[in-house]
Design a protein around this ligand. Sequence first.
Ligand code: B3K
Ligand code: ZN
Length: 868
Amino acid sequence: MAQTPQAKYRKDYTQPSHTISQIELTFDLFDNETTVTAVSQVKQMKDSTTLVLDGEELKLQALKVNGVDWTEFTQLDAGLEIRQLPAEFELTIVTLVNPEENTALEGLYKSGGAFCTQCEAEGFRRITYYLDRPDVLAKYTTTVIADKAQYPYLLSNGNKLEQGEVEGGRHWVKWEDPHPKPAYLFALVAGDFDVLRDKYVTQSGRNVDLEIFVDKGNLDRANHAMVSLINSMKWDEERFGLEYDLDIYMIVAVDFFNMGAMENKGLNIFNSKFVLANDQTATDTDYLGIEAVIGHEYFHNWTGNRVTCRDWFQLSLKEGLTVFRDQEFSSDLGSRAVNRIGNVRIIRGPQFAEDASPMSHPIRPDKVIEMNNFYTLTVYEKGSEVIRMIHTLLGEAGFQKGMKLYFERHDGTAATCEDFVSAMEDASGVDLKQFRLWYSQSGTPTVSVSSKYDAVAKTYALTVCQSTEPTHDQKEKQALHIPFDVELYTKDGKVMPLQCNGKPVANVLNVTQAEQTFVFENVAEQPIPSLLREFSAPVKLEYDYSDDELVFLMSHATNEFARWDAGQILMAKYIRDNVTRLQQGKGVELNEVVIDAFRGVLLSDSLDPAFVAEMLSLPSHNEVSGWYKCVDVDAVANVLKAFKVILATELEDELSATYQTLRQNEYTISHDAIGKRALRNICLSYLAYTEQGNALAEKQYNEANNMTDTIAAMSAANSAGLPCREAQMADYSNKWKHDGLVMDKWFTLQGCNPAGNALEVIKKTMNHEAFSLKNPNRTRNLIGAFLNSNPVNFHAKSGEGYRFAGEILRELNSSNPQVASRLIDPLLKFRKYDEERQGLIRKELEALKSMDNLARDLFEKVSKALEE
Ligand code: B3K
Ligand code: ZN
């Protein structure tokens, strides 16, 4: 590596030396050589006549101050130092950039035939030299010039001002964004698209043009995105009282994109995965994903754009809050319980794993080498849990008062997490002093509970102990303020009113100490406790439940989430026991009680099918791995598979009956229809392990009239290794090989294929005409699936899985470091495996570390992982 990348620290924040109030950008677009002219109005803020601008991969063509060529400057490794400047001046900078060669997909690049940009977090500095930091807010005017035939649509943020033609078949459009913004929200798109148009009238009567730009021929896949956008706009007005603030809202779908989507002001750019859907190309999961991501980016208009972040350490200010808002949106529109279950699975699985990994960090990190590495489950999903806890502590009304105050205080500015918490505190009067630790402390707290019933005194005591293990980044941990939601049940399923010290108390207990006892009075009988209801805090719960208590809660708890959770805890007990049994050379055993409990769930006619589908889903291999310090990959895989086989065999009649009854002739995307398909397809995933499995999967594949059922059939065949798999895979590839996005589902199946020859097939699959390592979606679906969801093959003792990962990572290190950096995560957790595997993974990490051109993204992760 040329120079060791340097870390930045949150504590070192200082205000910028200068501010930029206005920037006029002109882009003369050519594939290999685009000229960018930036004219900025700059004002000195501190006593400094020197201005240091950020810049990477730029060729400087001209530099003027107040229209005069300026020679007092030095080009730095990653920027430009300009000296002897007046207090206020106009700065003109001309740079050349190369969009065609930009495979990192950061800054200005080409996606297929179109030009597009991605500037968050620090991509604007690949467009021009600038104060590329979120606390510099300027008004943007942008002129885009390009060939008219090839790029009929020229887009940027804000409103269209004027347009015209120039010689040589080129044309131009000028845009103006009236809202001052940081550079990361800048966007430009030029291309030829089909456009889906609609209109929205806001609560106060503003007419907004809605436009969704998709590749030619894809117009029939844009409807759901439009419906989702309109639903988002309406929901934000109704639930948060927030309206849109421009006359136009544009969304462009592109095929080459490093993440899901980007909330650029007035011009969102989306990974086409989160826009394009019809019943033949997209699954129900895709539809729900589109709704969530369209909502998420729209909600950023207030939480992110109107109030932005002071510095990147504050990222969770906008991301945690916006994830909370999109989760609430999906829950209000669909099933709250199913959404909550999905979100909790992410926290308990991959987020807890991140907390336990070398990359552990608080939701507001203290130290960063490459900012792109911190768009993490911790910042996003745990960040959202932290907001949710504030919501739990304040209630909906108090929370909304807090939001109102937050906007009153900070609209149009760059704020901090502290500003947000203060607004919540001041508006509600709830003391959040200790609660603030959630922002600075990393790791997953464990909450251990014990209970004691006193039949004479009629009291029931819950003793709650909390502790957080040291994490890679932080050794000392303190007691947190944990909202702990509980309910107590009588044997016949009635909820007991909670009373402490002679007074009724709410369900949410305030756990604030390392150890605390809550004594409930007037408890007539030994109760059954339902603990951490709604997953009221992102913690690991320990309580010694008996099987009977869990079976009781599975059917009697008043809320669906608690029922599901009881089922998960029951399952977890038996998974752990059986992993030990296998290690002792015994066979897998599942108690009748468990089987009967799941039979009861399957036979219930009062439960929502979508919810039953969740009840029947086993935890993933990754989630189970998280329960162990050192994980036995093969034992866990064998137990999970054996559970599927046992449940399938024991419940075959009930599964078959449910499978047959839930058949639907028509495909609709109502929540009811989605739920029925989900349950039917879960049944199929079990039945795949019975005699009738192959026939069912084959029939479903052949008869499916929608992608959800097609993929469910293929996935069942893939997981159970059914004979029909090969024919299905061949047929699907034949049908969809021209469409990378649809092929991604097929690539995923190849990636997680449990068959012994999977890696060999994956290597061949990389030559498939629809595959390219240059496309992040393709890479994630094939290679990412192998690394993350093919435990047995990836962790093969031969080391071939690890060697393959190493090769791919070395290649992506040069072409697209952001994608490489996401892909490497499973390797960082090498200390979780036996010594032999540890040695093999370490070898790959060391090979990466010794590369001359190792990108900062990988450098940061690899060096953390290898630190003792
Ligand atoms: N804010 C963007 C993510 C940018 C990621 C930069 N590596 C999308 C989102 O969270 O809405
Ligand atoms: Zn976001």
